[in-house]
Structure formats: structure tokens, C-alpha cells
Design a protein around this ligand. Structure first.
Ligand code: IPD
Ligand code: CA
Ligand code: CA
Length: 261
């Protein structure tokens, strides 16, 4: 089965084009690892190049839609439709030659995400979802996992950032979860892929503070359409405003909220 609608096709084509640049630059980074200069500037350039291609392609197909994108910020147009873009989510992995990062694009309509795509160009894994039409991994329908006891689950998180004002809080939450799960908590370094993995049933739950909208926009619809829950840490819908996102299969949401209390 395939998810094929006009907007999804536009997003897939834009991602595939931008991915060519990522793959080429990632190959270069692997070479640059050994150079003295280091790949710092190069990476910034990659993020920007990828963003430019995505925006060009999306604007060509949908000239009236607004845009919110990590590197350039806002392009305001018809605000009822908005692309939310993270050109490379997992830049630190990319920079260190770790093949785990993604392009993430969400489409918002009247303040609700209605389409999402997360593309891992190295593993060639294309995660897509559209409101009412399900979630797919490389054109195969995906569902969240069915594990029901937190103890048996794999959970992901991320952060805290070096200069985070919430460092103690975040580390406390990490400690609390550590004592509840048998398998140690994972931090894979790409929030969009963390959410895609919950949608695919690879991971059972994910929580993180202080993410930006572009980190999570596409993941929101992927998880919902795969049958999972997206809430804030109290089970409400304020995860974008509160910057506290909790993403779970349909069984462990309450148990994770208890830990976060
Ligand atoms: C980062 C990744 C990471 C998360 C950070 C984000 P970036 O995005 O999603 O997993 O822990 O908070 O900033 O900077 O690589 O686009
Ligand atoms: Ca990001
Ligand atoms: Ca980014």
C-alpha cells in the first residue's frame, strides 16, 4: 500500500532532491574527519544548502504556503498553510560521521499538522503520514508497538543541552525513568527519528523538554496516524507551548506521565 496524495508527493520529491546533497556532504565529512581544520563550517553550510533546496522545491509546488524553517526562520504568506522544516535533524551526529540524522518536514493547516515526512537518507527510510490516511515506512503501513508495561519498554530521550537552565530537572527525570525500565534509556541524537521510531513500533515511548516546533512537527502526525499518543508531560495537548513532549504507544502514556510527575 502506498501513501500518495498531492502534498505528500511534493514533500517526498523535495526530500529526495535535498537528500542528494546530504549524502554527498556526509561522504565528505567522513573524509574531513582526518583533516586538521575539522568540519565545523562545512556542516553549517550543509544545513543551509539542504534548507535552500527544500524551500525552493516546496515553494515551486505551493507558492502561497508560509514557511517556518530552522535556519532562515519565517516566510509569511498564506498563513493557513505552513511548511515546518528542519533541514538536518541530528546535526551533531552528521558532524561526527554518525549515520543517524534526518530531513523533517511537516505541513500545518489551520494550526494543525496534517502531513509529515521524516527521511533518513543514509538508511533510505522514508516515514510519511497524512491525517486520516495512516503512517507509512517506505510505503508499508506502520503501527506503534503494543507493549503495555513500562518495565519491558525501550524509551528514548534527548538533552539536556550544555547550557540548559533545566539541566537538573532533566537529569532527575532521566534518573526516575532509569529506575523503571530494564533496558537502559537510549539517546540517539535526532528527535524527529525518535518520534518516527515510536510510530514504527521500534521504540515504545519518548519524552523530551525544550524541543523546537521544527524538531517535532512531522513526528506528531506520524505518531498519531500510527495509533500512538502525543501529549505534554501531564497528558494535555500543550506540548508545543510548554515545550514538554511525551510520545508513546497507546498503552504506556499514563505510566510515563506518573514518572514525570
Ligand atoms: C537536535 C536533535 C536532538 C535534540 C536536540 C535538537 P538539530 O536538533 O533533534 O536529538 O536532542 O534538542 O536540537 O540541532 O540536530 O537539528
Ligand atoms: Ca532539530
Ligand atoms: Ca537542524
Amino acid at each position: 500500500m502506498k501513501l500518495s496524495s498531492a502534498n505528500i508527493n511534493v514533500m517526498v520529491n523535495a526530500c529526495r532532491k535535498a537528500a542528494k546533497v546530504i549524502i554527498r556532504d556526509f561522504g565528505e565529512i567522513e573524509n574531513l574527519q582526518v583533516s586538521l581544520k575539522g568540519p565545523g563550517d562545512f556542516v553549517t553550510a550543509s544545513d543551509k544548502k539542504v534548507e535552500t533546496i527544500l524551500i525552493e522545491e516546496l515553494q515551486k509546488a505551493r507558492p502561497k504556503y508560509s514557511i517556518l524553517s530552522e535556519e532562515i526562520g519565517k516566510i509569511t504568506n498564506d498563513d493557513s498553510f505552513k511548511w515546518i522544516i528542519d533541514p538536518i535533524d541530528g546535526t551533531a551526529n552528521f558532524l561526527h560521521g554518525i549515520p543517524h540524522f534526518a530531513i523533517s518536514v511537516g505541513l500545518e493547516h489551520d494550526n494543525e499538522i496534517i502531513c509529515g515526512i521524516i527521511y533518513d537518507p543514509i538508511k533510505d527510510e522514508m516515514f510519511t503520514a497524512e491525517k486520516g490516511n495512516g503512517s507509512y515506512l517506505n510505503n508499508q503501513r506502520m503501527r506503534v508497538s503494543s507493549r503495555s508495561k513500562l518495565k519491558d519498554c525501550i524509551v528514548f530521550t534527548g538533552g539536556p543541552k550544555f547550557n540548559s537552565k533545566d539541566k537538573d530537572l532533566i537529569l532527575n527525570e532521566y534518573n526516575n525513568f532509569s529506575s523503571k525500565v530494564l533496558i537502559p534509556i537510549r539517546k540517539l541524537g535526532s528527535a524527529s527519528l525518535d518520534m518516527a521510531y515510536v510510530a514504527a513500533g521500534r521504540c515504545d515511548g519518548f519524552w523530551q523538554r525544550n524541543l523546537n516546533y521544527w524538531d517535532i512537527a512531522a513526528g506528531i502526525i506520524l505518531v498519531k496516524e500510527a495509533g500512538g499518543f502525543v501529549t505534554d508531560f501531564t497528558g494535555e495537548n500543550e506540548y508545543i507551548q510548554n515545550k514538554t513532549i511525551l510520545v508513546t504507544n497507546s498503552n504506556i502514556n499514563k505510566e510515563m506521565i506518573e514518572v514525570l510527575k
